[in-house]
Design a protein around this ligand. Structure first.
Ligand code: NAD
Length: 488
């Protein structure tokens, strides 16, 4: 099975037990190109109950041997998988781009790079993720082993279709679990195209499988009695349903990576150029469709006017780089689809009806596809919708503040807690504010970035659990305590 997928040869079948198969379910998914709204395919497999059961059965069969495979053999399979993704990176990125609309240079390359790096990084952990042992002087040796959970799944969103697979599948496989990927119905093709790569890398049948589908497929996985864990990335409302389904079925383990409304706080003594660069990139990367985008910018009064001037200029430059995602000069593509376009436009329209002043943008670009101008509101009313809700588009709100105490309270006055950024040249202030922020991640003189070597995830309603680093390995294993009676 050679890799030969492209936009004119799309993968549309499920990948179960190392074979492409038609779904037993008759319903199909349709996918559209957001640059012009055209239909890309209307016959993509939508996995139903029988398909999910078939994948779980294959995974259960594969699990005992995969779990026992010598670490270096498992490591080599994962490294081969990473190398093959690297080799086919541009083709995989194209398969995402045709339904996400994100240009290769500014996003596609990063995203395929992320799955490659997550597999390399987690492959390196395989023979280093040690257990523990405790003193035996009481007559019992206590050995603690990190045991894989068994059959686990990842339900991922459309905004980072392969990167989010890497963050979940790589630590799950490294620790000896069998993994089922459920891509978003809006961006299924890059995941579905992994079949030949999975096979060529040497994953045994049933170890890594792909089930395309919509929320109904996700619900079948989250409530399945023989799946031991669901790692979910997506919206808060779906995350809550997943946790409920997990609890009501077999109490499967749950990791939730959910939404955010992340603040960037810029003090008078910040390096202005640096603060403008990070905050302008933060709200426009992937056309603002990033969970940890700094979408509320708080600027101390002394530099507010200068910040606004620079921020406006930087975002105008971004507006000039909006265009066809296939062109090399394009940095920003369209929003993912009509529903997302209507949602973001709705926020912008209502925002102008008394919630704040429109400083920049706000309009559709062109007359086809789902392109929108980077948009900024100022003088926004406390408690208003654009101030409080996740918009998930290139829309920022900028406000002023006077004191450190005031801005910490304002930044924490939200149920979100994914990321926050503080910009200052005073190291004491930076560390004080960083420790006071109620969020899973904090950037000092940077914002809206992640490193897969360190924990990634949110506090409060932005999530449960962490991806990245050793935390991801712990999230896919359970400690098993073995007590050895030494006097026997
Ligand atoms: P979504 O919740 O609509 O869908 C996410 C996934 O869940 C999709 O695969 C979908 O098919 C599936 N799904 C939908 N309903 C389901 C159900 N009832 N049961 C099981 N599965 C179901 O989210 P989205 O629109 O794809 O993604 C955007 C959201 O994701 C934003 O809120 C964003 O902030 C969040 N996000 C978070 C992170 C993070 O790491 N914290 C990263 C990226 C995106």
């Amino acid at each position: 099975m050679a890799f030969n997928f492209s936009k004119s040869n799309l993968p549309k079948q499920l990948f179960i037990n190392n074979e492409y198969v038609d779904s037993k379910n008759k319903k199909k998914l349709s996918a559209y190109n957001p640059k012009d709204g055209s239909l890309v395919a209307d016959n993509v497999a939508l996995a139903g109950g029988q398909d999910v059961d078939a994948a779980v059965e294959a995974a259960e069969k594969a699990f005992p041997a995969w779990k026992r495979m010598p670490p270096i053999q498992r490591r080599d399979i994962m490294l081969r998988f990473a190398a093959l993704i690297e080799e086919h990176g541009e083709a995989l990125a194209e398969l995402t781009r045709i339904t996400l609309g994100a240009p290769y240079g500014s996003f596609g390359k990063f995203e395929t790079g992320l799955i490659v790096e997550t597999f390399k990084y987690n492959a390196g952990w395989i023979d280093k993720f040690a257990g523990e042992s405790f003193p035996q002087e009481d007559g019992f040796l206590k050995i603690v082993r990190n045991e894989p959970l068994g059959v686990v799944c990842g339900i991922v969103p459309w905004n980072g279709p392969l990167g989010s697979v890497g963050l979940k599948a790589a630590p799950a496989l490294a620790t000896g679990n069998c993994f089922i990927i459920k891509p978003s119905e809006k961006t299924p093709f890059a995941s579905l195209a992994l079949g030949p790569i999975i096979k060529e890398a040497g994953f045994p049948p049933g170890v890594l499988q792909v089930l395309s589908g919509d929320g109904s497929t996700g619900a079948l996985l989250a409530s399945h009695m023989r799946i031991r864990k669901v790692s979910f990335t997506g919206s808060i409302s779906t995350g809550k349903k997943i946790q409920e389904m997990a609890a009501k079925s077999n109490l499967k383990r749950v990791t939730l990576e959910l939404g955010g409304k992340s603040p960037a706080v810029i003090f008078d003594d910040a390096n202005l150029e640096n603060a403008i660069m990070w905050t302008a990139n933060a709200i426009t990367a992937n056309t603002g469709q990033v969970c940890f985008a700094a979408s509320i910018v708080y600027v101390q009064e002394g530099i507010y006017d200068r910040f606004i001037e620079g921020y406006k200029k930087a975002l105008q430059e971004k507006t000039n780089a909006v265009g066809d995602p296939e062109d090399e000069s394009t940095q920003l593509g369209p929003l993912v689809d009509e529903a997302q376009f209507d949602r973001v436009s709705g926020f912008i329209e209502r925002g102008q009806q008394g919630q704040g002043d429109l400083l920049l943008g706000g309009r559709r670009i062109g007359d086809k596809g789902f392109f929108i101008e980077p948009t900024v509101f100022t003088n926004v009313k406390a408690g208003s919708e654009i101030q409080c809700e996740e918009i998930f588009g290139p829309v920022a709100v900028v406000s002023t503040f006077k004191t450190e105490e005031e801005i910490v309270a304002k930044s924490n006055n939200t149920n979100f807690g994914l990321m926050a950024g503080v910009f200052t040249q005073d190291i004491n202030k930076a560390l004080r504010v960083a420790s006071d922020f109620e969020s899973g991640m904090v950037g000092v003189n940077c914002v809206s970035l992640m490193m897969m070597t360190a924990p990634f995830g949110g506090s409060k309603e932005s999530g449960i659990g962490r991806e990245g680093g050793i935390q991801a390995l712990r999230a896919f294993t359970e400690p098993k305590t073995i007590l050895v009676n030494l006097s026997y």
